[in-house]
Design a protein around this ligand. Structure first.
Ligand code: BG6
Length: 478
């Protein structure tokens, strides 16, 4: 098999988010956040995709899987020891805003929450694993959603600033790699977890969405600036959900449509965070959708001063677009939409599998920005089967990951600058979009099920041993 030349010091590892692994949702004075009110199962998907969510807990009707998640809050030592056994160089995790500021608008941080992450970072350091920390991963304090209307409200920028500065100063000697908002562009399709509000109806979405975006982009720039000042040797990135958009065919109308969708979804936020200004194509979009942004004095300077050092992005699938779609074109399951691509297979959840699309994405992003790239999420959500002897032979996951690592190897040969790869869900956890435990991504199996049953016991899958070899050989053994 062809051998790839991954750079020395390449950050191999795995990725998680606080709300999907920690549990302990009321421990250590933690406040409630958005993920705590999202039920498991199909209901969650409907909530994320449709207007009119009430942000309340209805325990009589639903199960809330994030409340206990996989109990990383109490089991982090065991989990980190397993990551170390695989040879992780980096572990991507997020800090739950509500552990530090339980309601979001307090003036002083919560010491219990700060101390928890101290313990986690110390544990990682023990094994020489670099933490890569997302400041906000779909975990906005619920109080800010209910009392302030989420990111629509300018006041949230200062609350976020206080939170970001509290963690940057506390962990300045422990964390070198940071990212501001997880999949910042996802708010365009899932405003609830990204922007902290639900539309009342499809019609009224444009103005509030882009005003909320403006606030979030300013907040991101403030955090980047603060990070550079407080931790001069650090690197702080943006984090974009990147799904390259293909035109369905060579009809120029479809090509243009695919290009516009790519600009809006894949590039708008990144352009602001990397280049420090709104891209020209947004002017026309704002005009055509009657969007008029309230930009305060100093905001545009802040955007200029707070540009990121690297581009973190998630890659799961590509998207194929056609200007006029018929019902038969539907790509149901491909979470970011588009039409069915006849050349691609899909996962158990209907997400289109496209390793070549990762090489395409890396080339597109590097051509556009010429800044280091970091694949901070990629992986296969699949049903796993325990054999009679308890073993799990997840060859399908190994195939998926191998294909995507090869694509990174090819992109490196294309000349792309790539600093690391933290595959998603290095340990099984709650799925973001469906709240299921059965949608498993991990190298480590967790005995926890969709109805909440299970012992939470951890065990190694076949992919655990495979990934260990990949890391040990710096990507030579695939
Ligand atoms: C990304 C998110 O969109 O995809 C993660 O950043 C999420 O939080 C991951 O878990 C996989 O999605 P899902 O819905 O399969 O968990």
């Amino acid at each position: 098999m062809k051998k790839y030349d991954f750079p020395k010091g390449f950050l191999w590892g795995g990725a998680t988010a606080a709300n999907q692994i920690e549990g302990g949702y009321k421990e250590g004075n933690k406040g409630l956040n958005i993920a705590d009110v999202l039920p498991g199962g199909k209901e969650r998907y409907n909530i994320l995709m449709k207007p009119g969510f009430d942000f309340e807990i209805h325990e009589d009707q639903f199960y809330y899987p994030n409340h206990e998640a996989i109990d990383f809050y109490h089991r982090y030592e065991e989990d980190i020891a397993l990551f170390a056994e695989m040879g992780f160089k980096a572990f991507r995790m997020s800090i739950a805003w509500t552990r530090i500021f339980p309601n979001g608008d307090e003036t002083e941080p919560n010491e219990d929450g700060l101390a928890f992450y101290d313990r986690v970072f110390d544990e990682l350091q023990k094994y020489g694993i670099e933490p890569v920390v997302t400041i906000s991963h779909y975990e906005m304090p619920l109080h800010l959603v209910k009392e302030y209307g989420g990111w629509r409200n300018r006041k949230v920028v200062s609350f976020f600033e206080r939170y970001a500065k509290a963690i940057l100063s506390r962990y300045k000697n422990k964390v070198k790699y940071w990212m501001t908002f997880n999949e910042i562009n996802s708010g365009l399709v899932m405003p609830i977890n990204g922007l902290g509000f639900s539309y009342q109806s499809e019609e009224d979405k444009y103005q509030p969405t882009f005003q909320a975006y403006h606030h979030q982009l300013v907040a991101s720039a403030i955090a980047v600036k603060a990070c550079h000042e407080l931790i001069p040797e650090s690197k702080i990135g943006c984090m974009i959900l990147f799904a390259p958009v293909y035109s369905y065919d060579s009809n120029p109308e479809n090509v243009m449509y695919a290009m516009q969708e790519e600009q809006l979804f894949n590039y708008f936020c990144g352009d602001v965070q990397v280049r420090g200004e709104y891209p020209a194509f947004m002017n026309r979009y704002f005009k055509e959708h009657n969007i008029s942004l309230d930009i305060q004095e100093g905001d545009l300077d802040l955007l200029k001063d707070g540009t990121v050092d690297y581009i973190g992005f998630s890659y799961y699938m590509s998207r194929t677009e056609k200007k006029v779609k018929s019902d038969a074109d539907s790509s149901e399951g491909n979470i970011i939409g588009g039409v069915r691509n006849p050349f691609l297979e899909t996962s158990d959840w209907g997400w289109e599998i496209d390793p070549e699309g990762l090489r395409i994405s890396l080339n597109k992003l590097y051509d556009r920005y010429q800044k280091p790239l970091f694949v901070v999420e990629n992986g296969l959500g699949a049903y796993d089967k325990e054999e009679e002897d308890g073993s799990i032979h997840d060859e399908y996951r190994i195939d998926y990951l191998r294909g995507h690592i090869k694509a990174m190897g090819e992109a490196l040969e294309d000349g792309v600058g790539l600093m690391g790869y933290t595959s998603w869900g290095c340990i099984d956890m709650v799925s973001m979009s469906t709240g299921e435990f059965s949608k498993r991504y991990g190298y480590i199996y967790v005995d926890k099920h969709d109805d909440g049953s299970g012992t939470l016991k951890r065990k190694k899958k076949k992919s655990f041993h495979w990934y260990k070899d990949v890391i040990e050989s710096n990507g030579e053994i695939l």
